[in-house]
Design a protein around this ligand. Structure first.
Ligand code: NAP
Length: 399
């Protein structure tokens, strides 16, 4: 079989010769008891760069030993790109949310042999899920592999935005010491109302990680959590997004992008937020209306916006979120720490082993199966597509 793997570019100075840590901490199961990815083998060193082209997710030996062909590229957006040329006879496509190969309906139609699309990470909105269902292509992701990595990043961003870390760090780098400049937007998080849209694996873990800061915790979700999970963190449930955003000082977004959540945070909803709220979004850029976010920061309706997700990706150089006031954006990195890469590389290999050997892929990994939403996808997504407009990613690098 032919496996097309679309990964982000290597580090600009080449692959690292050494890493800060010589080993990763031991982690056994995920908090709900779900086992970590468990492939039969591993051909890479844990804690190394696996998500870039030369890292190849550690798959080459495994695939070639079994007689398969692996093609790896980062060239994914422009007309005639490597990925489009290789897709036409590929059986399996592997892509990552950090550097998404948008599997639009047009691309899916061009891929006559395609059977399986694997997301090396979590969030398969870069695949036109409706087209995948219509063309009987299964879609799977490595559920839970980086959920806790993202929750850590959210905590970092809440603290960074509320305490106004970025300008303070810049003052030091610039050789300055102006305390009043440094603290004129800086607050404590203690006592604040922190809410999350979606209390799934990431959202709930973020709430748990924030609880020791002595804050009030809120959530909205399509399905209410069991009473004991609410009681554990003293959570207040909101039946509507509007109810939550009206009372929270910090609003976190942790739901998947699907037709129901696309542009959920538009001008209308932002106007209903508590004035001066901070908004954190590590879920997907397209859940927010890009112009409305920039406008809300300019007017002060939002005090800050931070996240690592954009639409499209890579974000064009003139994307307003690069230059809007009081933002703490990073490129899409929260789920691709070296720790997370090891888990999702293991997960991709586990999925491939199951696929080749005719074993059932874990239900938790399934998004689309047999022409319909399945497993984790049936729980968290709605039918349809959220890939419209992704062709703009080809503009990255142009002004
Ligand atoms: P998860 O455990 O499946 O949680 C998703 C939650 O979203 C579920 O509780 C789901 O509710 C809820 N939800 C779906 N639609 C909703 C809506 N319209 N309103 C409110 N809640 C809604 O997944 P996860 O691991 O927490 O990941 C969540 C998302 O984060 C992913 O889909 C992905 O987009 C993003 N993510 C980003 C990164 C990154 O690197 N930045 C990494 C991983 C994931 P029900 O299940 O109750 O329906």
């Amino acid at each position: 079989m032919k496996i097309l793997c679309v990964l982000y570019e290597d580090p600009s100075g080449g692959m690292p010769e050494k890493y800060p840590l010589s080993a990763l901490p031991e982690i056994s199961n995920y908090p709900d008891g779900m086992p970590l990815p468990s492939p039969k083998g591993r051909d890479f060193a844990a804690g190394t760069l696996l998500g870039c082209v030369s890292g190849e997710l550690g798959l080459r030996k495994f695939l070639e030993d079994r007689g398969h062909t692996l093609v790896v590229t980062s060239d994914k957006d422009a007309d005639g790109c490597d990925a489009d040329r290789e897709l036409v006879d590929a059986d399996i496509v592997i892509s990552q949310p950090f550097w998404p190969y948008y599997l639009t309906e047009k691309r899916i139609k061009s891929a006559q042999n395609l059977k399986l699309a694997i997301t090396a990470g979590i969030g398969s909105d870069h695949v036109d899920l409706q087209a995948a269902m219509d063309h009987n292509i299964d879609v799977v992701e490595v559920t839970y592999c980086n959920s806790r990595s993202v929750a850590e990043h959210i905590v970092m961003m809440i603290l960074a935005m509320v305490r106004d870390y970025h300008p303070q760090h810049q003052i030091v780098k610039d050789g300055g010491w102006h305390i009043a400049d440094a603290v004129k937007r800086s607050y404590d998080v203690e006592g604040m109302h922190i809410g999350t849209i979606a209390a799934g694996r990431i959202g709930y873990d973020m709430l748990r990680k924030m609880a020791p800061f002595d804050v009030h915790l809120h959530y909205n979700d399509r399905h209410r959590l069991p009473a004991e999970k609410e009681a554990e963190l003293n959570l207040q449930y909101h039946e509507t997004v509007e109810s939550l955003v009206g009372v929270c000082d910090v609003i976190n977004i942790s739901c998947p992008l699907h037709p129901e959540t696309e542009h959920l945070f538009n001008e209308e909803l932002l106007a209903k937020c508590k004035p001066g709220a901070y908004l954190i979004n590590t879920a997907r850029g397209k859940i927010c209306d890009r112009a409305a976010i920039a406008k809300a920061l300019e007017s002060g309706q939002l005090s800050g916006y931070a996240g690592d997700v954009w639409f499209p990706q890579p974000a064009p150089v003139d994307h307003p979120w690069r230059t809007m006031p009081n933002h703490g954006m990073t490129p899409h990195t929260s789920g691709t720490t070296l720790s997370a890469q090891t888990r999702y590389a293991d997960g991709v290999r586990e999925i491939l082993e199951c696929f080749f050997d005719g074993h059932e892929i874990r239900n938790e990994y399934k998004i689309v199966s047999g022409g319909q939403l399945a497993g984790a996808g049936a729980h968290a997504y709605s039918a349809g597509t959220a890939t419209d407009g992704s062709e703009e990613a080809a503009n990255f690098g142009s002004t």
